[in-house]
Ligand binder design. Structure first.
Ligand SMILES: CC(C)(COP(=O)(O)OP(=O)(O)OC[C@H]1O[C@@H](n2cnc3c(N)ncnc32)[C@H](O)[C@@H]1OP(=O)(O)O)[C@@H](O)C(=O)NCCC(=O)NCCS
Length: 231
């Protein structure tokens, strides 16, 4: 049900500034791109029942991810969606990407794996020519906000909408774009179109008045004819 209740999300953008350097522990392995996807396919065989975020390629058809492994087991994952993938929140332009599906397994949280996997993904995308990188974060997801700040993202704008539907934010127009504005307004404000929304043709009343005059003139003629016949 929450998917339909408007809530506040934040749009953040990668600045590319020096991210805070996190010490990589010796038993951590960080993979990105094809190498990460290949490893993920093997991990899923070895360790069935991983959370949905480890299966985003099958759900959304994305192919680009980064993973952190600790002692050979999955610890964190993140995915990249570019302008060719339809997003719930963003309308991206060519050359732009959104990082999404960040997840770290509960036993590894608070040790930096979320930040490392995000930094790795962004660096990789930037080296491959993606000029603008975005993330959408729920305004109350404090650990995620913290991760993106540490990975050198900064907040661009707040926007209120339901998780699964509502206007998308266009990164080029820098505003929300509602494809069905009247329907969206109706749902948001609980009213149908105002009388001022309906375009009234100016000719209409004039035509009605003319028709009425013609009818009066016709019935007068009939009455005169009847009166003449009686006489
Ligand atoms: C968000 C998430 C990926 C963070 O992963 P992580 O491995 O714990 O990330 P890191 O260890 O790199 O950093 C977590 C930061 O959040 C902080 N944090 C954790 N809980 C917090 C809270 N309730 N309030 C504020 N900060 C919090 C940690 O202290 C840490 O910051 P610090 O290094 O400055 O101390 C993980 O919690 C998760 O998978 N959550 C569920 C899925 C999710 O929300 N994904 C994000 C979608 S945008």
């Amino acid at each position: 049900m929450d998917a339909f209740v408007p809530t506040v999300f934040e749009l953040w953008q990668w600045t590319g500034a020096d991210a805070c350097a996190l010490p990589l522990e010796s038993d951590w392995q960080v993979l990105v791109g094809n190498e990460a996807l290949r490893e993920l396919l093997c991990l899923r065989e070895r360790q069935p029942g991983l959370p949905l975020e480890f299966y985003r390629d099958q759900v959304d058809g994305v192919e680009c991810c980064a993973v952190v492994l600790i002692e050979g087991r999955p610890a964190a994952v993140i995915w990249a969606y570019d302008w060719r993938h339809k997003g719930h929140f963003l309308r991206l332009a060519q050359g732009e990407a959104e990082v999404r599906g960040l997840y770290s397994l509960p036993e590894w949280r608070g040790r930096g794996v979320g930040t490392v996997v995000t930094q790795t993904m962004c660096q990789y995308l930037s080296e491959r020519g993606y000029t603008q990188l975005y993330a959408i974060i729920h305004s109350r997801n404090f650990s995620s906000l913290r991760v993106f700040r540490k990975a050198s993202f900064e907040k661009l704008v707040d926007f209120k909408r339901a998780a699964l539907f509502g206007p998308r934010y266009s990164t080029t127009e820098r505003t929300t774009v509602a494809p069905f504005e009247p329907l969206w307004r109706f749902l948001r404000e609980g009213r149908g179109p105002k009388s001022t929304d309906i375009r009234v043709s100016r000719e209409e009343p004039l035509a009605t008045a003319e028709a009425r005059e013609t009818t009066i003139a016709m019935s007068k003629k009939v009455q005169d004819r009847r009166a003449r016949r009686i006489r």
